[in-house]
Design a protein around this ligand. Structure first.
Ligand SMILES: Nc1ncnc2c1ncn2[C@@H]1O[C@H](COP(=O)(O)OP(=O)(O)O)[C@@H](O)[C@H]1O
Ligand SMILES: [Mg+2]
Length: 325
């Protein structure tokens, strides 16, 4: 059984396809990431998989059940942590979880045991009896994740789990996700627009842009698939001759002083950069070789960088609020 299996999954809003024919498989026990800029269709896909939105067409099987025909069974086997914090500020951390355990019809003793477990996983035992209003953003997110794990889901859905959190909190959350995954064998489907998150956390990723999957594979497969890497040099002076020689090694970008060259074989190209600099009397302040990043993968499949592709988040949120209101 696959954790998730979709076929031509599509959702249109007012005639426009926000999700445009997504076919994919997430293996059981895998951490799978949906990587794409704001507005790519990540949340819409996730809402269809979690039975909160009905697909316009296509099919989704989640934890072995058809999301459209058997949404109740799907909900019983999944956990869903949406992007915005959902915990009630006026209840304590524990009270929030108790409330949630009632909503999923958990038996009282079993709920109490499980609440202890998930609170310990996200390291909130000490603060469980404080009102959530006194929690930091990171603690609220941890509480939401504990809530998503309450019913020991087979598949855990996390929509942009670390947006707006500092790097320490983010690293800590990655740790909880990894632990849940390795201890309970939970499959995880997450969306993110952070390259590093996809790279560090996911077994496999799909790159999504404008509602469709542009590439998928393990982060290392995707990066190796590009081959080569880039050389970044910082030159002490501008020299047309030097730049022309760099141009013969690969595609050059930059302002003539800070230069980046996409090369096929970095190890072979690096000494040539030094030779060219010596020939043209250019003093190099620094030179480094970098393997392709997921950002390079994104660029090669979509023709632009993630940062350029992103929508204005605030404007998009305001728009969504108007639509939902
Ligand atoms: N309820 C809705 N009504 C109309 N348009 C929507 C609705 N939900 C999402 N969209 C549009 O669908 C596209 C994909 O949105 P979304 O799935 O939220 O992207 P992501 O999560 O990747 O940022 C966007 O252009 C968004 O404006
Ligand atoms: Mg989203």
């Amino acid at each position: 059984m696959h954790a998730i299996e979709t076929e031509s999954l599509t959702k249109s809003f007012g005639g426009e396809n926000a999700v445009d024919g997504i076919t994919m498989r997430v293996e059981d026990g895998e951490i799978f990431g949906f990587l794409g800029p704001n507005g790519a269709g990540k949340s819409t896909t996730m809402m269809m998989l979690t039975t909160l939105l009905r697909p316009t067409s296509g099919r989704a099987m989640v934890a072995g059940f058809d999301a459209a025909r058997d949404p109740k069974s799907v909900r019983r086997h999944i956990g869903y942590v949406q992007q915005d914090i959902t915990a009630d500020e006026y209840l304590t951390g524990r009270e929030n979880l108790v409330l949630q355990s009632r909503l999923c019809h958990m038996e009282k003793h079993e709920a109490a045991r499980r609440i202890d477990e998930v609170l310990s996983l996200v390291e909130l035992e000490d603060r469980q009896n404080d009102p959530v209003v006194s929690y930091s953003g990171g603690m609220r997110k941890r509480l939401d994740i504990a809530g998503g794990l309450l019913n020991s889901p087979r598949v855990l859905f996390l929509d942009e789990p670390t947006v707006g959190l500092d790097i320490q909190t983010r690293t800590r959350l990655w740790g909880y996700i990894k632990r849940t995954h390795s201890e309970a064998g939970t499959s995880v489907f997450l969306t993110t627009h952070y390259m590093e998150e996809a790279d560090r956390l996911c077994d496999r990723v799909a790159i999504i842009d404008s509602g469709s999957i542009r590439a998928s594979g393990s982060p290392s497969e995707l990066k190796e698939g590009l081959g080569g890497g880039s050389i970044s040099v910082s030159a002490g002076s501008r020299s047309e001759g030097f730049l022309a020689e760099l141009g013969s090694l690969g595609e050059v970008s930059g302002d003539g002083l800070e230069v980046r060259i996409r090369v096929g074989d970095g190890t072979a190209a690096m000494p040539k950069v030094f030779e060219a600099a010596a020939r043209h009397g250019v003093r190099l302040e620094s030179a480094s070789l970098e393997r392709p990043t997921l950002d390079d993968v994104f660029i090669s499949h979509t023709g632009r960088g993630m940062r350029d592709a992103g929508f204005n988040r605030r404007r998009e949120h305001a728009r969504m609020r108007r639509i939902r209101a």
